[in-house]
Design a protein around this ligand. Structure first.
Ligand SMILES: [Zn+2]
Length: 430
């Protein structure tokens, strides 16, 4: 099937970061032409008055936690963890699937076309990903057996999931050693070995809170990233989430190892872990940094437009410097750099011929997005919070949102199912 997105303002995110007025032609799952397109297509999307942009890439979330939105707010971190673990322990595979479906719909509606997830029961999440039509890099969590609520051995579960989900267009399996606080050196080594054997990468939490870093330092005498380097765990192409509490040496350690970082500013601010991730220094040392929302229990939203805005404002405010993390760089983090984190920048992250057709149409025929010119389009996307203006979304060349309507799932029945699932879950813990 071919689709022609006609007459929009295209924020290409190509190497020259061009913003062009024109059309995008999609043939099958790929973009075949960008600019002035003559001729017809099976389907035409009129993008007059709209911004056409690459789909956003959410580099760290726990999508199935969408069901846990609003269940542990405004409490100290210890109570937050206690509450979320208590709920988590009672989850059924079915409500994980329902939560994932809710989160996937929320992401598509706010312009995200690809995400990196860390959770268990990824087989259920994969079904939701494919039902909604979004692209998921799904990391099955691996941790020491004594800490897990998973049935069976986490590493074996992960391996089984990977083997059953190879070579799918929308799902890429990933190994997700949860974090140094629940993974022994042996577990980390086994996770790394599995990722290498299965030709995928590792995604993990790293130095999210001061408590976690000092606890590890007290126990081992080493800071987490330095310890991971010493035990030879850090690998090129892996993605560490948060990376807030890093020394400059640890930034250099990550840069040298080729580990990418998923920066999650909203979650970090809301949980008040203190500190601010040293994103400008990561950039300076060549660390690839993407953006992540984290899960709905710590962010309450999977909106990557808001994440871009908060990422920029947090750095500016904490450094007393309005020039830090400008709009273009933040948009890079949410698109092409996110794709680099996933080692998928040859396929994703920009609107260029030959790339996968993961495309978002933002309807700018509204006061909040005007004035609109080629020179302020990027700033409008980052600072004017247009997630509600996301009108059409294509993933892998397929239209998954058209005129604000999900094309592949019955959203009304999903919302009812999600409410029922959360009621049942809460009845098990209260
Ligand atoms: Zn997380």
């Amino acid at each position: 099937m071919s689709v022609l997105v006609k007459g929009g303002l295209i924020v290409t995110q190509n190497p020259r970061r061009e913003v062009l007025e024109g059309d995008v032609l999609i043939d099958g799952d790929k973009i075949s032409k960008v600019g002035d397109v003559k001729g017809k297509a099976d389907e035409v999307i009129d993008a007059q008055g709209c911004i056409v942009m690459p789909g956003l890439v959410n580099c760290h979330t726990h999508v199935a936690m969408a069901l846990m939105r609003g269940l542990a707010d405004d409490v100290k971190l210890e109570q937050f963890l206690e509450r979320t673990f208590a709920i988590d322990a009672k989850r059924s595979p079915e409500d994980i699937g329902t939560g994932a479906m809710l989160g996937c719909v929320e992401m598509v509606r706010s312009g995200t076309t690809c995400f990196l997830d860390l959770y268990y029961s990824q087989d259920m999440i994969a079904k939701s990903v494919e039902a909604v039509g979004i692209r998921g890099y799904l990391g099955w969590s691996v941790l020491d057996e004594k800490f897990t609520t998973q049935k069976g051995v986490p590493l074996k579960n992960c391996e089984k999931f990977i083997r059953a989900h190879r070579d799918r267009p929308l799902v890429t399996p990933v190994v997700a050693p949860q974090g140094i606080y629940v993974c022994s050196d042996e577990t980390l080594a086994a996770a790394k070995d599995l990722a290498r054997r299965e030709r995928t990468f590792c995604h993990y939490h790293l130095s999210e809170t001061r408590h976690e870093v000092y606890e590890h330092q007290g126990r081992s005498g080493e800071r987490p990233a330095e310890h991971l380097a010493k035990v030879n765990f850090l690998s090129k192409g892996d993605v560490a989430a948060h990376a807030v509490w890093l020394t400059m040496n640890e930034v250099k350690v990550l840069a040298k190892a080729g580990v990418a970082v998923a920066h999650c500013p909203t979650s970090n601010m809301k949980l008040a872990g203190g500190g601010v991730a040293p994103v400008p220094e990561m950039h300076e040392h060549g660390v690839v940094v993407g953006l992540g929302t984290d899960g709905c229990s710590s962010n309450n939203s999977l909106d990557m437009f808001l994440e871009m805005k908060f990422a920029s404002l947090l750095q500016k405010s904490s450094r007393w410097d309005a020039t830090v993390l400008p709009a273009q760089k933040v948009l890079d983090m949410a698109t092409i750099d996110g794709a680099r984190c996933l080692r998928a920048d040859k396929q994703l992250g920009s609107i260029e011929p030959g790339k996968k057709a993961d495309i978002v149409v933002v309807d700018c025929r509204r006061a909040s997005m005007r004035p609109l010119t080629p020179s302020n389009a990027v700033a409008n996307l980052v600072y004017a919070s247009p997630s509600g203006a996301v009108r059409d979304v294509l993933v892998d060349g397929s239209i998954v949102l058209r005129n604000w309507k999900c094309t592949k799932v019955d959203e009304a029945s999903l919302l009812g199912k999600a409410d029922a699932a959360v009621q049942e879950l809460l009845s098990k813990i209260d």
